[in-house]
Design a protein around this ligand. Structure first.
Ligand code: NDP
Ligand code: MG
Length: 398
């Protein structure tokens, strides 16, 4: 029986983690849950999974959760200290880190530092603090299991192989909803259009990142640290079918790829059950129904965010954290209809130029780089003139 603390339980990944746990009550039990603002869903989850501790983003939401729960209640906490306590709940065998954004770093760090293995969906942890996390994992002798589908694919392709034999890690990208669209029309892209991802159903932030290809950039940085591989050996290929989730090319010229339906339950289950596999996790792949698989080069000019991520890895140790903080601010502003789709890379690029250039030696310095980036990106967003925007009447996203 594995005891699991789950951060981001009310999100797209979190709900799928609980779907798997529900199917295997003899294998997994939930000891801690953390959510942001969805107290109603959190209350249902607490009733069903009976954790010993639960945390919400704010005191108000924690109070709301307390009111929704009758009878025996778990400890109800809130804020940064609350989520950290959930992440390090006594008796936890595995932290499943599926909060969105840089908010996931401190609790994930705390769990690793306490000797708890982590299943990592929160890619921002490795993007912002990659080398420090790598060092922490080594010092504490803990395991980090990738949940991101690409990294799970690479992880699976590497089983039984030597890292020294890797020639190249090849990450696949669907290309998002704007692959093939005339870049001259990108100024007019609405949040609604950007939210319509062709193959994956995900939370709002990562869906916009997939449309700008920043998601692939974040994944290049994530892979750089997770597999301790230099950026020059990490490539990206557009694969609109989203059937091959990534590959490893070895030095003898052979490539191992991992295939499956685009369904996050696959990588989630593998991170939970490694090195074993669970039965009937997701629909099986019908290769003859698919017929053929397609691959294209990335159009780096139309999607400059990917290049910015490679650049961040070259610039300075803090540049990826700055890129990430600026991107989070820019994506929120785009979803709030304050900037255009094409402003996202401009804001990120400018913020990187002015705010990066420092070393990173501890968690506080990472959080400082993140805060610096958000502040400058916020100023750049405010300086943009709202009348340039053509986006009207679009719905609001969390
Ligand atoms: P969602 O937006 O669907 O969910 C985010 C979760 O984080 C929600 O439970 C939300 O709570 C919670 N949350 C947000 N802010 C806070 C906070 N300050 N304190 C506590 N909880 C908070 O995101 P996804 O599930 O899509 O993504 C989660 C992570 O997984 C991201 O880092 C993403 O990049 C990564 N990932 C996601 C994939 C996917 O298919 N969805 C694929 C690969 C990686 P609430 O809703 O209650 O406010
Ligand atoms: Mg991914």
């Amino acid at each position: 029986m594995k005891s699991i603390a789950l951060l981001g339980s009310t999100g797209s990944i979190g709900v799928n983690v609980l779907n798997i746990v529900r199917k295997h009550p003899k294998l997994y039990r939930i000891v801690g849950l953390a959510a942001g603002s969805n107290a109603k869903l959190a209350a249902e989850q607490v009733r069903e999974f009976a954790p010993v501790v639960v945390s919400m983003a704010t005191r108000e939401k924690a109070d709301e959760l307390g009111e929704l729960l009758a009878g025996d209640k778990p400890r109800i906490l809130f804020g940064e200290s609350g989520i950290r306590e959930v992440a390090t709940t006594r008796g936890t065998d595995l932290l499943f880190s599926a909060v969105v954004g840089a908010a996931g770093l401190p609790p994930t760090w705390a769990a690793l530092d306490s000797g708890i293995d982590v299943a990592l969906a929160n890619k921002e942890t490795l993007v912002t603090a990659g080398p420090l996390i790598l060092d922490l994992v080594r010092r504490r002798k803990v395991s980090l299991f990738p949940v991101d589908s690409e990294h799970s694919a690479v992880f699976q392709s590497l089983v039984g192989h030597n890292k020294g034999d890797i020639e190249k890690i090849i990450l696949t990208a669907s290309g998002g909803p704007f692959r093939g669209r005339d870049p001259k029309t990108f100024d007019d892209i609405t949040p609604d259009e950007a939210m319509a991802h062709p193959t994956w159903n995900m939370g709002a932030k990562i869906t916009i990142d997939s449309a700008t290809l920043m998601n692939k950039g974040l994944e290049v940085i994530e892979a750089r640290w997770l597999f301790d591989t230099p950026p020059g050996r990490i490539g990206v290929v557009i694969h609109p079918d989203s059937i091959i989730h990534s590959m490893v090319e070895f030095r003898d010229g052979q490539i191992i790829a991992q295939l499956g339906m685009p369904d996050m339950r696959g990588p989630i289950a593998y991170a939970l059950s490694y090195p074993e596999r669970l039965p009937d996790v997701m629909p099986k792949l019908d290769l003859t129904a698919i017929g053929r698989l397609n691959f294209h080069e990335v159009d780096g000019r139309a999607f400059p965010c990917l290049g910015l991520a490679y650049k961040a890895l070259e610039m300075s140790p803090d540049a990826p954290a700055v890129l990430n903080g600026a991107n989070e601010a820019a994506v929120a502003a785009f979803l709030g209809k304050k900037i255009r789709f094409t402003d996202i890379p401009k804001i990120v690029g400018k913020t990187m130029e002015t705010e990066s250039g420092y070393s990173l030696s501890n968690l506080i310095e990472v959080m400082e780089a993140d805060a610096r980036a958000r502040k400058t990106a916020g100023r750049l967003i405010r300086e943009l003139k709202p009348e340039r925007l053509k986006i009207e009447n679009a719905p609001n996203y969390p």
